[in-house]
Ligand binder design. Structure first.
Ligand SMILES: Nc1ncnc2c1ncn2[C@@H]1O[C@H](COP(=O)(O)OP(=O)(O)OP(=O)(O)O)[C@@H](O)[C@H]1O
Length: 357
């Protein structure tokens, strides 16, 4: 793999707020990278620093090994698709895409035939060949997204930065655009960096997923590793699919969290966080349960949420904490539990992840 963009110890502060805190990361050529993180973790700031809309207070940004410190945004060869698309409402689809080429700072494109060829090529790539003459107010949200992308791609950038590109679309369209974005990127062979606050989208889209936490990189790996082996309890938390218990392991290999105790790998006594994924839990009726119900917790059923191929059950543990259990329904009908009834939530200790401080 070849590095295309490198950030070295980049720090960006706004007054007393540190938005990026000594961040180092390398983007490879020809990859789709998702950037996931909670609100305020610095995702948009990172994009703006890379694009050249913000200057870092410290550190360096290198494109193909060359520092971008003195290179203005419009000369970086980095495309930016912003959240609201920022299209010109009074121009047609064609003119929106042509605008940048016709008005660029260096060597504006005046040759009408060449302009048409380039714009038509991009409209075809994003599936809008028939809509070039439409006004921006005569196309759908998904089509606006495609125009925004075509307008950025026509400038032939080396990297495209997308800030929550699917946030404004409805769920159906969002799913379709995920596939489209990946196809377009593969066809062009350039690097896309896609910011999202949605863990499912990050895992679905990225060849790699970078997780940002308080302006620092908490993890960067392939989606499967992020999902199955989050590097820290904080990353597990952002994934929104783990039940988490704060507590302490004793020398005997038991983890104590409030009134509950779980089996855990043996080792020195230490404070930590015990995490069990929603889909790794089985719900067992208390009646008929043998003395040793295995590792788990007793909990009261509250409600369920049906989502077609899967169902999420919500329980309340003895300490009042809400616990989630997810069943996949491809081969079974949903189980029914009695609201207010007590159950045993059971899992294999091997499936738990424990992070010590
Ligand atoms: N122009 C600004 N002036 C002052 N503070 C800012 C500015 N832009 C960002 N910040 C602060 O920097 C931090 C990171 O903000 P940023 O917008 O990069 O986060 P984000 O991860 O993109 O969040 P979101 O998902 O909500 O868009 C936050 O604490 C934010 O308040």
């Amino acid at each position: 793999m070849t590095a295309i963009l490198e950030l070295k110890n980049v720090t960006k502060r706004y007054g007393g707020d540190t938005a990026l805190d000594g961040l180092s990361v390398t983007l490879e050529a020809n990859e789709y990278i998702s950037l996931l993180g909670p609100s305020g973790s610095g995702k948009s700031t990172l994009l703006r620093v890379i694009a050249g809309f913000e200057k870092p207070d410290a550190g360096e940004v290198l494109l193909e090994g060359r520092s971008l410190a003195q290179v203005p945004a419009y000369r970086r060869g980095i495309g930016f698709v912003s959240q609201g698309f920022a299209l010109f409402p009074h121009l047609s689809v064609f003119e929106n895409v042509a605008f940048g080429l016709r008005n660029r700072e260096d060597d504006p494109l005046q040759d009408a035939a060449e302009l048409r060829r380039r714009v038509d090529e991009m409209l075809a790539l994003v599936g809008l060949s028939d809509l070039g003459e439409r006004g921006i107010d005569q196309i759908s949200g998904g089509q606006k997204q495609r125009v925004a992308l075509a307008r950025t791609l026509v400038a032939d950038p080396k990297i495209i930065l997308l800030d929550e590109p699917l946030g404004a679309l409805d769920a159906n369209l969002r799913a379709r655009m995920r596939v489209e974005l990946r196809r377009i990127r593969q066809q062009l062979g350039i690097t896309f960096m896609h910011v999202t606050g949605n863990e499912e989208e990050a895992l679905a889209m990225g060849d790699r997923v970078a997780v940002l936490d308080s302006g620092r990189l908490a993890q960067i790996s392939d989606p499967d590793s992020v999902y199955n082996r989050p590097q820290s309890a904080r990353v597990a938390k952002f994934l929104n699919c783990y039940n988490m218990f704060e507590g302490r392991r004793d020398e005997g290999g038991a983890f104590h969290a409030g009134v509950s105790s779980f089996a855990c790998s043996p080792g020195a006594a230490a404070a930590g966080v015990y995490c069990v994924r929603f889909d790794k839990i089985r719900v067992v009726p208390l009646q008929g349960l043998s003395e040793d119900g295995g590792t788990g917790v007793r909990a009261t059923f509250i409600t369920s949420e049906y989502a077609g191929p899967r169902i999420t059950y919500f329980f309340r543990g003895a300490d009042g904490k809400v616990l989630e259990v997810e069943y996949h329904l491809s081969h079974r009908r949903p189980d029914e539990f009695a609201v207010g009834g007590d159950y045993w939530l059971s899992w294999s200790p091997d499936e738990a992840l424990v992070y010590f401080q």
